[in-house]
Design a protein around this ligand. Structure first.
Ligand code: HEM
Length: 407
């Protein structure tokens, strides 16, 4: 644990009041106070664990190292040194502080349970299902994350909140790294970007509590990371099953595996990483509901994100209405309402009708002439979305933030 007793965290916050005032559903702290963590570690990749509540666990290895970099004024220099550290097999640059070097050398190791064959299968699956996955993780995951009060507020009040273009670009770097064919091969970059993200999160834990806009416990607990994790693979898998995307058992297991390894590299303890889809679904059902709800920050971030998408993707000039409808289509009514995504009855109806057709076309289950022409407008919008996220990610790199959003 970082140097944070539970008492200190509680005192620092007034978190319950703050979140309550924003109208969020019962926040994490309520569960921590009221009931124990019930998800069984026997369902994790570790197979057992101490049973500590992840709502009160942060990153015991990364946090002290990064806090000390701040204390020594070394963050800008470290960011510069790590800028060209990009490949999984690349040695670290000379000149890094010894404690950081030791941390990264340890953090970049794949867990003993990582299975190279499964990672290769996952890479092929990610390629074959790229369109669905990019849409679900990029747009769907984005809309879900803005309906997670702690995440929305963290993003809003951190440096990236003031520049959402850059923030989207940086976040998509990891998304594409996970989905790349060479993700975990020596010439890939997923290990590097996951470890850099772990350092960034440690930076946020150090910085945000210093923001005048921040109240509440230190952000990005292990539970918070699990919550977001479920908005990525767990949500995507549920959606693909709902859409009747055909897939083999080996593909489904491999897709889970690549995200298990990624969770480990992001600093999630093995005792919290679900071992199977069943245990993932049960953990998701446990952690998501109490951690989701509306916030003014989430509504504003949603509007910015959808505005950006509409700007980039206006096939046939339909622009924002189609973007709104697609976003609503990807998440539940409740989440869409929390995010205050405007209703677009015409487009919403159209998407519901043509989406199953488009999936069948992609899967080779029906011939092209049976596809209504409006479906291609939507298909084109999807391609534009994916392109948007793809190109964004090439413009920048993940670095440890050096400050919060200017107030
Ligand atoms: C930064 C991914 C969980 C808040 C990042 C970055 C990535 C990322 C790739 C680097 C991009 C950037 O600097 O903007 C993930 C993944 C997660 C996760 C894959 C879980 C599986 C969370 C959670 C929170 C959070 C739970 C908050 C509750 C932030 C913030 C930044 C960040 C505030 C830095 C923003 C800035 O200052 O620019 N995350 N994240 N993340 N993440 Fe996460």
């Amino acid at each position: 644990m970082v140097d944070l007793s539970r008492r200190k965290v509680l005192i620092s916050g007034g978190a319950l009041g703050a979140l309550g005032a924003l109208g969020a559903v019962a926040p994490t702290q309520a569960r921590a106070a009221a009931a124990a963590w019930t998800w069984p570690a026997s369902g994790s990749v570790a197979g057992s664990g101490a049973g500590a509540d992840p709502a009160w666990v942060w990153d015991a290895e990364a946090d002290p190292v990064v806090a000390s970099l701040f204390d020594r004024g070394l963050v800008p220099q470290v960011n510069e040194l790590l800028w060209n550290w990009t490949r999984n097999d690349q040695p670290l640059p000379a000149g890094l502080p010894a404690d950081l070097r030791d941390f990264i050398e340890h953090a970049r190791q794949l867990p003993s349970w990582a299975d190279r064959a499964k990672l290769e299968t996952a890479a092929q699956f990610n390629k074959a299902r790229g369109l669905y996955l990019n849409l679900l993780n990029g747009v769907g995951g984005g809309m879900l994350s803005t309906a997670i009060p702690k995440e929305a507020r963290s993003v809003y009040y951190s440096a990236g909140g003031a520049n959402m273009e850059d923030r989207v670009a940086k976040t998509s770097i990891l998304g594409f790294a996970v989905g790349a064919l060479n993700a975990y091969r020596p010439d890939g970059n997923c290990i590097v970007n996951a470890v850099k993200t772990r350092l960034t999160h440690a930076g946020v834990r150090h910085l945000l509590p210093q923001s005048p806009n921040w109240s509440g416990p230190v952000p990005i607990t292990q539970e918070d990371i699990l919550v977001t994790w479920h908005t990525l693979p767990t949500y995507a898998m549920r959606k693909m099953l709902e859409w009747k995307v055909p897939m083999s058992a080996a593909d489904s297991t491999a897709y889970l595996h690549v995200w298990q390894v990624t969770a480990h590299l992001l600093g999630v303890r093995d005792e919290y990483i679900p071992a199977t889809w069943d245990s993932a679904n049960s953990q998701s059902d446990l952690v998501l509901p109490p951690n989701m709800g509306p916030t003014p920050e989430g509504v504003e971030l949603t509007d910015i994100l959808l505005g950006q998408l509409a700007e980039q993707t206006s096939p046939g000039g339909v622009g924002r209405p189609l973007v709104n409808a697609l976003a609503r289509f990807l998440v539940s009514e409740q989440v869409a309402d929390w995010d205050q995504i405007p209703h677009e009855p015409l487009w919403e109806g159209t998407i519901k009708t043509v989406w199953p057709v488009l999936v069948k076309v992609r899967e080779g289950l029906i011939p092209l002439p049976l596809v209504p022409s409006i479906a291609w407008t939507i298909d084109e919008a999807l391609r534009q979305y994916v392109l948007f996220f793809l190109t964004k990610g090439q413009e920048t790199k993940i670095v440890i933030p050096t400050g919060n959003r200017p107030s």
